[in-house]
Design a protein around this ligand. Structure first.
Ligand code: HEM
Length: 288
């Protein structure tokens, strides 16, 4: 699973439990965990599952409750808000976020990192209804994370949500089916005009960067090469500072639109290469 999940999981543990829980947790997992977890790397699923069991043991909070709280935290915490901004700034309600996650998760699965995010199926009564049915069938069976993430989606937009679990893989059904009803709360969480303009400007800049990147066949470009290309196009130096380029590349990466060599042996930020990820799947052998 992608490192972002692992990094936010440890952030959740340190914010949720005071004192020495994170240290005890790390001591317990020992060598199973790398010393520094990186959001851009991919780690084995088993590390998370062992980690959740260890955290449950240390805190006496049941595994399913930890997973649900984590799902909620994953959507509402600052790091996801920052790294997933490309996706998050395009939606304006909990329901829209859920509906966007089929395509957004699917796009992440087109990166060469081998991610397998859940591809939800939905049915909705009509376009404007606040209700939807979501079908979840990931082999990881992380229904509690899903429920928490739906609650987090509502919280993010100041909404209430009711979730009815109609079928569940953990009770032997082939898929989990949730009926979900969002309702607007009196407390509106609106962006100021300045925030919205800032997000739009970042979005446009990221789209421009994406248009300049080579596709896979080109072997990618480094940050320095990208900066040079932009300078040759006459873009002012202050607009193409490495920090700004890196931010745009990260936002595109967490939307599954830019692939990197972050998971290659010997990778570092100086030599990391970036290219445009495909936006459609190759034809399946059966259709050829
Ligand atoms: C309400 C919205 C969302 C829901 C309900 C949701 C749900 C989930 C669930 C349940 C998983 C666990 C993996 C599994 O079940 O197989 C997951 C994984 C993941 N999600 Fe989401 N998610 C949401 C939004 C986001 C956003 C905004 C991002 C931003 C980048 C994101 C990125 C990921 C990634 C990277 C994984 C790990 C996939 C892998 O490494 O294979 N999700 N998501």
């Amino acid at each position: 699973m992608q490192g972002l999940i692992f990094v936010t999981w440890e952030k959740y543990l340190s914010e949720r439990f005071s004192g020495s829980v994170l240290r005890e947790y790390r001591d317990k997992l020992g060598n199973a965990l790398p010393t520094a977890l990186l959001a851009s790397r991919v780690y084995d699923d088993s590390v998370l599952l062992t980690g959740v069991a260890a955290a449950s043991n240390i805190t006496s909070v049941p595994v399913e409750i930890l997973l649900r709280e984590f799902g909620r935290y994953f959507i509402t915490n600052g790091l996801t808000r920052h790294l997933c901004a490309y996706i998050l700034t395009q939606v304006h309600s909990g329901r829209e976020l859920l509906l966007a996650m089929h395509d957004a998760h699917q796009q992440m699965s087109r990166l060469p990192d081998g991610l397998t995010p859940p591809l939800f199926q939905y049915t909705t009564r009509n376009k404007n209804s606040n209700e939807l049915t979501l079908i979840y069938d990931s082999p990881r069976k992380l229904c509690s994370v899903l429920i928490g993430a739906i609650e987090g989606a509502a919280e993010r937009y100041g909404e209430q949500v009711h979730i009815f679990e109609r079928t569940c893989m953990k009770r032997g059904n082939s898929v989990s089916r949730f009926e979900i009803r969002f309702s607007a709360s009196s407390k509106e969480v609106l962006e100021t005009r300045e925030q919205s303009e800032r997000h739009q400007a970042k979005q446009h800049f990221a789209q421009y960067i994406l248009s300049l990147l080579p596709n896979n066949g080109g072997g990618g470009v480094t940050l320095a090469e990208l900066q040079k290309t932009l300078a040759l196009r006459g873009i002012q130096q202050e607009r193409i500072r490495p920090a700004l380029l890196l931010e745009a590349l990260r936002h595109l990466h967490y939307a599954g639109l830019v692939a990197t060599t972050a998971n290659h042996a010997g990778d570092d930020l100086m030599h990391r290469r970036y290219w445009r990820a495909p936006t459609s799947d190759p034809p399946s052998p059966a259709s050829l």
